[in-house]
Structures are given as C-alpha cells and as structure tokens.
Design a protein around this ligand. Structure first.
Ligand SMILES: [Zn+2]
Length: 108
C-alpha cells in the first residue's frame, strides 16, 4: 500500500515536469493587431485566399495571427503596410469584413 502511494507521487511529479516543459516548447506567434508575441493557441490563425480575401484557416495559405481581443481587431483593420507576412496588400474593406465575421463568431 505504502509503496504504491510513493510510486503514484513520483509519477505525478514526472507528469508535472512534463507539463512545464511542454509550456516552454509552445510555439510563439506575433499578433497582427498589437504586435505582441503570444502562445499560438491564444491567437486566431487567419489566411489570405487566392482572391485576396481573409479567412479563418488553420492550415492553408499565407497566414497571420491575431488575438481574440477586439482591441487587436481594431488595430489590425487600421494598420497599414503590415502584410509582409502575407506578401500582399489586403484592403481595409476586406479586413473590416473579416473582423465583423470574427465578432459574430462564438468562441466558447
Ligand atoms: Zn494582439
């Protein structure tokens, strides 16, 4: 009984260590709104389609990242010339429409 308890504790410690190292390895991405770096899973992945529209897309196209914060969304719409990440100029109307879409979306 006692032995089993010790083993569990050791196992639990191992698990905790693992979690910490996973956190350290978490990829960092830059928000296109505020310009800050953050955990990738705290940011929305967006991509530019072939006809220069913006979509929420995790795996395809030239992409960028954005916080879920409306402040970042606003900054993203009003910023100019930041599309080095996309290698394309996205017009403001397209960005505004995209942000509207985000605002309508239910997150949790
Ligand atoms: Zn941001």
């Amino acid at each position: 009984m006692v032995e089993g308890g010790v083993r569990t504790t050791q196992w639990f410690r191992k698990l905790t260590r693992l979690r910490v190292s996973e956190k350290e390895r978490r990829p960092q991405r830059t928000c296109l709104g505020c310009g800050a770096r953050d955990d990738q899973d705290r940011l929305i992945r967006l991509a530019v389609t072939v006809d220069d529209q913006l979509v929420i897309e995790r795996h395809q196209g030239r992409g960028g990242y954005l916080h879920r914060d409306p402040k970042c969304h606003k900054a993203f719409v009003s910023r100019k010339g930041l599309y080095r990440a996309f290698h394309v100029e996205i017009n403001r109307k397209v960005k505004a429409q995209f942000i509207e879409q985000l605002a309508r979306r239910d997150w949790e």
